[in-house]
Ligand binder design. Structure first.
Ligand SMILES: [Zn+2]
Length: 144
């Protein structure tokens, strides 16, 4: 086992599935530098929390970045719109699903970061930050 670069050690990234985001490139990292958890909207769900328990206790993650992004579909469409689009295109009724859409991106990000900070199954001392990645210019803004 070699020494890992300090900047890359123990980093977990929670981000959106949007294909405009290359999480490692976004941070100037390379494969192996970070554990990456993705879903629609970079939301901190039960499954993300479960994964973070494993990432922190078993894989050495000590810092977690939650990275939302500009022009995220999950933050611009309403629940009714998503349901209508899917039903119009497939005739499948998805009303029973919680898509965790975002009405206020900054507020949702703050709540999601707090969810991780207060999750009792994580080791003490985990550092968590919330960021917004601007897909138009590649800038990463630290929000919370
Ligand atoms: Zn997105």
């Amino acid at each position: 086992m070699g020494l890992e670069p300090r900047a890359a050690r123990g980093l977990g990234i929670v981000t959106c599935m949007d294909s405009r985001i290359e999480p490692l490139d976004m941070l100037g990292l390379k494969p192996g530098d970070a554990k990456i958890i993705r879903n629609a909207g970079a939301r901190v769900t039960e499954d993300v929390l479960r994964t973070l328990v494993l990432a922190t206790h078993l894989l050495g993650v000590e810092r977690v970045m939650v990275v939302a992004h500009t022009n995220c579909k999950m933050a611009s469409a309403t629940r009714d719109q998503v349901i209508e689009i899917i039903e119009a295109e497939s005739a499948i009724d998805v009303r029973s699903l919680d898509f965790r859409l975002v009405a206020d991106q900054r507020e949702s990000l703050a709540v999601d970061v707090q969810k991780i900070r207060s999750w009792p199954f994580l080791p003490p001392g985990i550092v968590v930050g919330g960021f917004v990645y601007d897909v138009s210019n590649g800038r990463l803004l630290h929000v919370t």
